[in-house]
Write a protein that binds this ligand. Structure first.
Ligand code: HEM
Length: 187
C-alpha cells in the first residue's frame, strides 16, 4: 500500500491517521461522560477519576497533534481521491461541510479541555512525557466557561456530526454501492 494518496485510494498515512483518531474519539467521549458522573468526594471514585483524567487528557492532546499532522499532510498532498462522478451537488456540499465541521469541533473540543485544565491550575501532559504550557493563568470563570463548552461540544455536537459522518460512509457503501468506504479501509 502506497504512503501517498492516489486518485483511487487514500494512502497509508492518511488511512492510519484517520483510524487512529477515530478510535481515540470513540474512547474519549464515553470516558469523558463517565468521568463527569464520578463523585470525587468519595476517595475510591476520586482515584478512578484521577487515573481516567490522565489518560483522557493525554489521548485528547494526542488527537490534536494527529489532527495537525493530518491537516498538514492533506495540504501537502497534491492528489486526493475525488467523490464518485455520479454524486449530486448537495451530497458533495454535505460531505465537505460535515468533514469541515468534524475538524473544527474536534480541535475546539481539545482546546476547550486544555483551557479548562489550565484555568483550573491542572497540568496537561502527553502521557507524562512532557507538559504542555498552560493556555491561561488560574481563573475560575474561564475554567467554568471551558468546562461548559467542553460538555456542549463533546456530547450533542460531536456525537451528531460523528454519526452523520458514519451514516454518510455507510450510505455510500450500501445504498450507492461505490468505493468511498472501501478506499479508506486499512485492508
Ligand atoms: C477530541 C478530544 C476530546 C473529546 C472528544 C472529549 C470529550 C469529553 C466529554 C464528552 C466529556 C464529558 C463532559 C460532560 O459530561 O460534562 C469530557 C470531560 C472532560 N474532559 Fe474531555 N474530551 C477531549 C479532550 C480533552 C482534553 C484535551 C482535555 C484536557 C487537556 C480534556 C479534559 C476533560 C476533563 C477534565 C473532563 C471532566 C470534566 C468534569 O469533571 O466535568 N478533554 N471530555
Amino acid at each position: 500500500m502506497a504512503l501517498h494518496n492516489t486518485e483511487q485510494e487514500w494512502g497509508s498515512l492518511a488511512k492510519g491517521l484517520h483510524w487512529i483518531v477515530a478510535i481515540l474519539l470513540i474512547g474519549l467521549v464515553p470516558s469523558g461522560i463517565y468521568m463527569d458522573r464520578l463523585d470525587t468526594s468519595i476517595p475510591a471514585e476520586r482515584e478512578i477519576f484521577l487515573q481516567l483524567v490522565f489518560w483522557h487528557k493525554s489521548c485528547g492532546m494526542l488527537v490534536l497533534l494527529l489532527m495537525l499532522v493530518r491537516l498538514c499532510w492533506r495540504w501537502m498532498s497534491s492528489t486526493v481521491p475525488a467523490l464518485p462522478e455520479e454524486s449530486k451537488t448537495w451530497e458533495r456540499h454535505m460531505a465537505h461541510s460535515i468533514h469541515g465541521l468534524l475538524y473544527i469541533i474536534v480541535i475546539a473540543q481539545v482546546l476547550s479541555g486544555w483551557l479548562m485544565s489550565s484555568a483550573g491550575g491542572h497540568p496537561v501532559t502527553l502521557f507524562g512525557w512532557f507538559e504542555f504550557p498552560p493556555l491561561v493563568d488560574k481563573n475560575k470563570e474561564i475554567g467554568e466557561a471551558g468546562r461548559a463548552a467542553h460538555a456542549i461540544m463533546g456530547k450533542p455536537l460531536l456525537i451528531l456530526i460523528f454519526v452523520l459522518h458514519v451514516v454518510g460512509a455507510l450510505k455510500h457503501h450500501y445504498v450507492n454501492k461505490n468505493n468511498v468506504l472501501k478506499r479508506m479501509m486499512p485492508w
